[in-house]
Ligand binder design. Structure first.
Ligand code: HEC
Length: 134
């Protein structure tokens, strides 16, 4: 019985994509993971995209949900991120307009699977939960 449970766990984890790994392989070359606000201002000219901590904070603050259930906010924000990385658009970006002027609209990351998009979107939402962007 124990063996079957272990096998099940191993096969489940084979299918679940690792959000941080998806980020490292596909997003890190443009989005720095961690940086302070002051450093961002200093390094502005060398950046290729807004740092991921800023993207995460910005989306979470911009999306306001009437439901008091935090899971609803998490679900909607993750759904937006999943859609945006596949279909970025000047019509509905939520990051700072100055950033879009500077960097342009993000190129679509269309080679990612549904699982990888879900995993990286969850990672973006959860990664900075207890981190201040100051
Ligand atoms: C070639 C550089 C590049 C790569 C690679 C890249 N991005 Fe971006 N991304 C950008 C730029 C530039 C912006 C800011 C303009 C915009 O919002 O479209 C951005 C913005 C975003 C936003 C904010 C969307 C909004 O509402 O404005 C999210 C979320 C995001 N990226 C996620 C990702 C994820 C996840 C990956 C990896 C799977 C990724 N990006 C890979 C350049 C990149």
């Amino acid at each position: 019985m124990k063996k079957i449970a272990t096998l099940l766990l191993v096969s489940l984890s084979l299918f679940a994509a690792d959000g941080y790994k998806v980020y490292q392989d596909n997003c890190a070359k443009c989005h720095i993971e961690m940086i302070s606000k002051a450093e961002t201002l200093q390094k502005f000219k060398t950046l290729k995209a807004p740092p991921m901590i800023e993207v995460s904070k910005q989306l979470k603050n911009t999306i306001i949900i009437r439901s008091e259930d935090d899971e609803v906010h998490r679900f909607v924000t993750i759904a937006f991120i999943k859609e945006y990385i596949q279909n970025p658009s000047i019509d509905y970006f939520m990051c700072n307009a100055g950033a879009v002027d500077l960097f342009g609209v993000m190129p679509a990351q269309s080679r990612l699977s549904e699982e990888e998009r879900q995993a990286v979107a969850e990672w973006i939402y959860d990664r900075y939960e207890d981190v201040d962007f100051n």
